[in-house]
Design a protein around this ligand. Structure first.
Ligand code: ATP
Length: 873
């Protein structure tokens, strides 16, 4: 190979774009599909090598790093020293069971998170066979031509071959957060990475402008691949609530250990109990009261919530968002594509010649325009000032690119087929200046076509008839149409002179597009309002259009609209006052979004905010729950967001709120079940010990109950479905403590009832003259039945448990009930297990009594809850 070509492969920044194209055997039209497939086979997919997490062995060993396990291991050592082999065996079995279960559960939670992350695989637009196609970034090969615009993430290392106002943020490579400008000119051979202006690096973000880049390296061959960085930090499976409980559980464990040590001393020195029995009892107390399983079950609950959200098309990028989204009290949403379908059709046209209606639906370029007239110049502008392409397959037309531009192409096709010209220059659309300009060379010579927001384009057209067209645009917008103005200017140069556009354009006409509201969004807005959540629309569109759509969607107050200009006149304090009463904000800029989030937060609201552009990132980060659009959103917005909507649909936000509330409820249920259960078990034993009474349960039995209920009942609540009425409640307060007075009361009440019931049954059995072992078996089964009854109670913390649905339960609930019942029958009636646990067969009548007692306990706490709910009103 020629020397400079080899050098262009290793140092593309030092050679011209053309040389690089030659070196990579590619052209301005990109590769052919078959050549790309060959290169993919040779180079492999464009993916960074997996950063491997902890190995399985390490992950298993980590399960033993846990206060509970330390206590158990110490206990195993002591019992072994005393040659109590059965105890040692049981304890070691409990240790292994805990470790295996923790390992499996954690593995499932991690796998769920990994699967979710893969749903966010980036896409890229490339040229194949001269056509623009969007594909999975993993399919990109060296030699491909990639098309980029502001907000895109660079999918591979690229040599820029065409650039317009291009800048990229390269912090992940260089640590420099200020965007650097890029262009096509080669730089010195030995320029450092940050100074290689004609290069775009994989993983960096395009912050402005547009570009075409030639892929020079993919996957592990890219700069970022070489330093092996990116994504190395495996996300922690935690949220504020789980972290808080983790902390709580840890300190509670230490408290319990200290108390257990004191009990041991008390029993030995004051109670003069034999050390061996006493030791086992104290261990049993510690094990039954330490809530070490709690954080693990909460993690599973989160993972299940993340999966449930993903099924509803809401992808959680940061776990804390799952809690935040459940507590939002206001949702700020954009309009196009979220509340509306973003399936556009041109319906009306107004030109100096007259008004026209356009028939036809979808993107097919067929349909009558009435009355007949000459719309040729308008159609040329619509077709040439356009980046989209239409595609037909089996009579179905679809758009590649912006749907609004697709609709313009369809309209142009209805006027005149085959409008073509060579593009010389362009000013890309930017939501800040709200227009786009394209300079082409065609049969009519060089012409710049401009399209954009009417007030912006009219300003560029001088002042003739300005007011008239403003009124016309206003009237179209009031009808709910999205309005664009088109204009043109003959050009002599081959570059667009931005300043000459101002005042130098000839107005061509107005185009009105229909973008119907999504029917499901209407229902979702109603659902949110019932759930005490305000919905506000923040759009870049015209005030008239925004108000019309807001009314169709059912926002509370659609007719008071504040525009970006209005917002500029308010200072932050005034805005904080105004913001509460207004539901529609039009012609806003991304900076306005940030101010609005802040103003709403100043009112104590918890804000969810949607966004799609690069400039929305600060608002998304500031919001309590930042939500990016999965389809039309830029990579920059997705990276800043907590949540990504796979379908861009407002209804998905409502679904996410619902799931978020469910997850929070379930976390609360897990806590409300575990803490009283632990307290109850511990109280039973402590009371017996301190009162010098015979133990109602042996130490081994307590270990058993703790193990079997922990892996069944304790986990079942993680799978609870949404409670009825979840979306009829107002949002919870963000600062509401989880360990509320109500919970403390519930812990105390349940612990006392456990104590009374277990001791009651134990004394009753002894009274009947049963041997101690049988009385203890009765007590153990009572404890388990109470825990099951408590589970059924906890399932409905907000409503009544005495409905058919509540009794019917779920598959998970019944499965665990069946498993635990079978296990209890086994340890009560199977001789080998009786030998291990020291149990004796319970007579049928007593068995029924135990179940009846469970039912009575359930009725008692249920009535108590109804009284409490009644008092709350
Ligand atoms: P939303 O913020 O709800 O998504 P939007 O799509 O109208 O609404 P922007 O994308 O900021 O918001 O667009 C603002 C305005 O700029 C539009 O109302 C339209 O007048 C104009 N506009 C949008 N896209 C283009 C484009 N590709 N070319 C020219 N003008 C455009």
């Amino acid at each position: 190979m020629h020397h400079s070509l080899t050098s262009a492969l290793t140092h593309p920044h030092a050679h011209s774009g053309r040389t690089c194209l030659l070196a990579l055997v590619s052209g301005p039209g990109g590769l052919t599909g078959s050549e790309a497939a060959r290169r993919l086979a040779r180079h492999g997919p464009n993916r960074l090598p997996e950063v491997r997490g902890r190995g399985q062995v390490l992950r298993f060993l980590a399960q033993f790093h846990n206060v509970l396990i330390y206590v158990l291991l110490a206990a195993a050592l002591v019992t072994a020293a005393m040659q109590h082999w059965i105890d040692t065996g049981v304890i070691l079995a409990v240790v292994m069971a805990n470790a295996v279960i923790g390992f499996v559960q954690e593995g499932k939670a991690e796998a769920a998170m990994t699967a979710i992350r893969q749903m966010l695989a980036p896409q890229a637009a490339v040229l194949r066979d001269g056509q623009r196609v969007t594909l999975d970034a993993a399919g990109i090969v060296p030699g491909d031509i990639v098309l980029l615009e502001a907000g895109d993430k660079v999918p591979a290392d690229l040599r820029v071959i065409e650039a317009r106002g291009l800048a990229a943020q390269e912090a992940i490579l260089t640590g420099e957060s200020v965007p650097v400008e890029k262009d096509v000119d080669p730089v010195a051979f030995d320029a450092p990475l940050g100074d290689r202006r004609p290069m775009l690096w994989s993983g960096t973000l395009v912050t402005q402008g547009t570009a075409r880049g030639l892929v020079v390296a993919t996957g592990a061959g890219t700069e970022i691949g070489r330093i092996g960085g990116l994504l190395s930090g495996v996300e922690q499976l935690t949220t504020p609530l789980v972290a808080q409980m983790d902390h709580f559980a840890r300190w509670l464990s230490f408290l319990i250990l200290l108390a257990a040590a004191l009990l041991l001393a008390y029993g030995y020195f004051v109670g003069h109990l034999p050390f061996a029995d006493l030791f086992m009892t104290v261990v049993a107390i510690a094990v039954s009261s330490i809530p070490e399983g709690l954080p693990a079950v909460m993690t599973i609950t989160l993972a299940i919530g993340v999966q449930a959200m993903a099924r509803r098309h809401a992808i959680v990028r940061r776990l804390p968002a799952i809690e935040a989204i459940g507590s939002v009290s206001v949702i700020c949403t954009d309009k196009t594509g979220t509340l509306t379908r973003n399936e556009m059709v041109v319906a009306a046209v107004e030109t100096p010649e007259g008004s026209f209606t356009v028939a036809g639906d979808g993107y097919a370029p067929t349909g009558a325009i009435t009355p007949a007239g000459d719309l040729g110049r308008l159609a040329r502008a619509a077709a040439l000032c356009n980046d989209a392409t239409l595609r037909e397959r089996d009579g179905l037309w679809s758009v590649e690119g912006d749907p609004m531009e697709g609709a313009l192409l369809a309209f142009a096709g209805k006027v005149a087929p085959d409008i073509a010209a060579t593009r010389l220059d362009a000013i890309p659309f930017d939501s800040r200046h709200r227009f786009m300009a394209v300079l082409t060379d065609g049969p009519e010579g060089c012409v710049t076509h401009v399209k954009g927001a009417p007030e912006r384009v009219l300003r560029m057209c001088g002042d003739a008839e300005h007011a008239h067209w403003h009124d016309r645009a206003e009237a179209m917008a009031r009808g709910g149409l999205r309005v664009l103005a088109l204009a043109e200017r003959a050009e002599t140069a081959d570059r667009i002179d931005g300043t000459a556009l101002e005042g130098g354009l000839t107005f061509l006409g107005l185009i009105g597009l229909i973008d119907p509201p999504r029917p499901e969004a209407v229902a979702a807005v109603a659902e949110c309002r019932a759930a005490g959540i305000r919905v506000k629309m923040i759009t870049g569109d015209h005030a008239g259009t925004a108000a019309a759509i807001a009314a169709q969607i059912g926002l509370e107050n659609p007719h008071r609209v504040l525009t970006g200009q209005d917002l500029d006149k308010l200072d932050d304090a005034q805005l904080a006052l105004e913001v509460m009463g207004v539901d529609v904000f039009a012609r806003t800029s991304p900076e306005d979004k940030l101010r609005l989030v802040t103003a709403l937060q100043a009112n104590g609201l918890s804000v969810a905010m949607t966004g799609d552009g690069v400039n929305d990132a600060p608002a998304l980060k500031r919001a309590d729950a930042g939500i990016a659009m999965g389809l039309k959103g830029s990579e920059a917005a997705k990276e800043a967001a907590d949540l990504v909507l796979a379908d861009d649909n407002f209804a998905t936000i409502a679904a996410a709120v619902r799931e978020g509330r469910t997850v929070y409820d379930n976390l609360k249920k897990v806590i409300s079940w575990t803490l009283p259960t632990n307290a109850g078990e511990a109280m039973v034993v402590i009371t017996a010990l301190v009162a010098g009474h015979a133990l109602p349960l042996t130490a081994v039995q307590i270990l058993w109950v703790n193990l079997i209920t922990g892996i069944t009942l304790g986990l079942a609540l993680a799978f609870e479905p949404t409670e009825a009425g979840t979306m009829a409640r107002p949002p919870r307060r963000r600062d509401a403590p989880i360990l509320s007075g109500e919970l403390v009361w519930h812990v105390a009440l349940v612990a006392l009832l456990f104590l009374a019931a277990v001791f009651g049954m134990f004394s009753y059995a002894l009274d009947r003259g049963y041997p101690l072992a049988l009385a203890q078996t009765v007590a153990m089964n009572t404890l388990v039945v109470l825990e099951i009854a408590h589970l059924f109670f906890i399932r409905n913390i907000h409503g009544t448990s005495l409905t058919w649905d509540a009794v019917r339960g779920t598959r998970v609930v019944w499965t665990v009930v069946v498993v635990i019942t079978a296990a209890q029958f086994a340890v009560t009636y199977l001789p080998p297990l009786q030998a291990v646990l020291g149990t004796e067969p319970v007579p049928l009548a007593d068995g029924l009594l135990i179940v009846a007692l469970g039912a009575a306990f359930f009725a008692l706490i249920e009535i108590e809850k109804q009284i409490r709910l009644g008092l709350k009103g």
